[in-house]
Ligand binder design. Structure first.
Ligand SMILES: Cc1cc2nc3c(=O)[nH]c(=O)nc-3n(C[C@H](O)[C@H](O)[C@H](O)COP(=O)(O)OP(=O)(O)OC[C@H]3O[C@@H](n4cnc5c(N)ncnc54)[C@H](O)[C@@H]3O)c2cc1C
Length: 415
């Protein structure tokens, strides 16, 4: 663990708590869950969620008045995210659930007092309550996150208002936590004559909504402790009271309330994952002999370890700087490029580090009896979530003033 000179006492204690939780509760079961052939059996042991809840991680961002931990600092979330990510990358989905529900429901432009009272309390009171955020569909993925500004693109799941309910039809895929999450934040098209910037709306859809069902669980290469699944809407009836913000509020306005936070918590978790691979490599190289010396004394191995160490520290410093900037947005200007590029850097670093870890382990690196190959699968898997790193960089390009085909409103998305 790295303790920053500016950590508060609370951050030092939380980092220690998160690391101990990862060592005791996550690390020992991560490989066994990852190796389950049925992807539905890899994710979400209720008992793990209950323990994470008892330790405060599932509710740490929820304001104290609703019974949560009241921790607003994105920097603190990143510190905790790195430690939980060290235990397993997929488990960080819990922390994301917490940050997402807090950011969306605490935004005055989105949620009413009644919505907050109902859903934040329901979330806090139930130790296995998670949420999902459902945007991606069979025919539309990255373009939602750009976002593409043509009427011909973007999610198609359609919501038509009939009195006090929306009738929803469509199908989402690849959605994290879906089928387990008790509340789903679903992006729907409410005016198909407009693009998703002007014709889309966010609805809160409880798991037991009539007309909602769940399809196949996706069988992913990594990130297996977090489940991804299809969500199907067949004349699903969602109360208008579950709408967040005005009808046709639009994806850019909706996502502006997430403040780039998800992206940085994910990035911090990538740093934790890379650190786990690095530490395993140091341990292995310190005990394995080849050509008359321990691996760690062979320069080719030592140089790899130095590079891994440097990449991890650089990624962490960048993520922390971006998070601190957002935390201090009231008094210093936020560079809108920073969250996306820090996230890109951390994802690339995790891929490089896990690949180097595999090489240092030789043949053992590809054997499933050690966690190294799992670390590599987890790292590469994440290149395609959260829009993927190409999308992150396209946004950064726009923010640098470069012209990217059919992108609109990017400035507001990342801050
Ligand atoms: C582990 C995981 C978790 C996920 N969780 C969620 C979730 O919780 N909720 C949710 O809604 N979605 C989720 N997704 C979906 C994810 O956001 C999408 O997979 C992602 O946005 C990419 O969309 P796509 O797969 O349709 O790829 P496509 O959009 O088909 O893109 C294919 C490739 O083309 C590139 N590309 C696309 N457009 C352009 C362009 N204009 N210029 C240059 N390159 C381009 C992309 O970067 C990508 O490399 C998850 C995915 C994964 C893998």
């Amino acid at each position: 663990m790295v303790i920053d000179a500016q950590f508060t006492q609370e951050e030092i204690a939380l980092q220690k708590l998160a690391h101990e939780f990862a060592v005791k509760e996550i690390h020992p079961i991560a490989m066994e869950l990852d190796h389950q052939t049925d992807p539905a059996r890899s994710a979400y042991m209720d008992s793990l969620l209950e323990k994470a809840d008892a330790a405060g991680f599932r509710t740490m961002t929820i304001p104290e008045e609703y019974g949560g931990g009241g921790i607003e600092s994105l920097f603190t979330h990143c510190v905790v995210g790195e430690e939980l990510g060290w235990g397993d990358r997929g488990v960080v989905g819990m922390l994301l659930s917490c940050a997402k529900i807090t950011h969306l429901l605490m935004a005055d432009a989105l949620a009413t007092y009644e919505q907050r009272e109902k859903w934040l309390r329901a979330y806090v009171d139930d130790p296995t309550f998670l949420i999902s955020q459902a945007m991606t569909e069979d025919d539309t993925g990255s373009e939602n996150l750009l976002p593409y500004d043509g009427v011909d693109g973007g999610f198609r799941t359609r919501a038509v208002r009939e009195g006090d309910v929306y009738i929803v039809n469509g199908r989402k895929r690849f959605i994290s936590n879906v089928g387990y999450a008790k509340l789903n934040f679903v992006y729907v098209r409410t005016d198909p004559s407009k693009n998703i910037l002007e014709g889309s709306t966010l609805l809160m859809v409880p798991i037991d909504t009539p007309g909602v069902s769940f399809g196949r669980v996706h069988d992913k290469m990594g990130y297996r402790l977090n489940l991804n699944r299809e969500m199907i809407f067949e004349d699903a009836r969602v109360p208008v009271a579950n709408r967040l913000g005005p009808e046709n509020y639009g994806i850019v306005n909706i996502n502006s309330h997430l403040r780039g936070g998800d992206s940085l918590i994910n990035a911090a978790a990538m740093v934790g994952l890379a650190r786990a691979a690095y530490e395993a490599s140091v341990e292995y190289a310190s005990n394995r002999r080849a050509s008359g010396a321990l691996l760690i004394h062979h320069q080719a191995i030592g140089l790899k370890l130095v590079k891994m160490y440097t990449q991890i520290n650089a990624a962490r410093a960048y993520v922390w700087q971006a998070a601190r900037q957002i935390d201090n947005r009231a008094r210093i200007p936020v560079d809108p490029k920073m969250a996306g590029s820090a996230s890109y850097f951390a994802h690339e670093a995790a891929c490089d580090v896990t690949r180097a870890a595999m090489e240092i382990h030789g043949g053992m690196g590809v054997m499933r009896e050690l966690p190294v190959e799992m670390y590599l699968r987890n790292a590469y898997n994440m290149l395609h979530s959260d829009g993927g790193i190409i999308m992150k960089n396209l946004k950064v390009m726009c923010q640098m003033g470069m012209n990217v085909h059919s992108m609109n409103g990017v400035e507001k998305v990342s801050v």
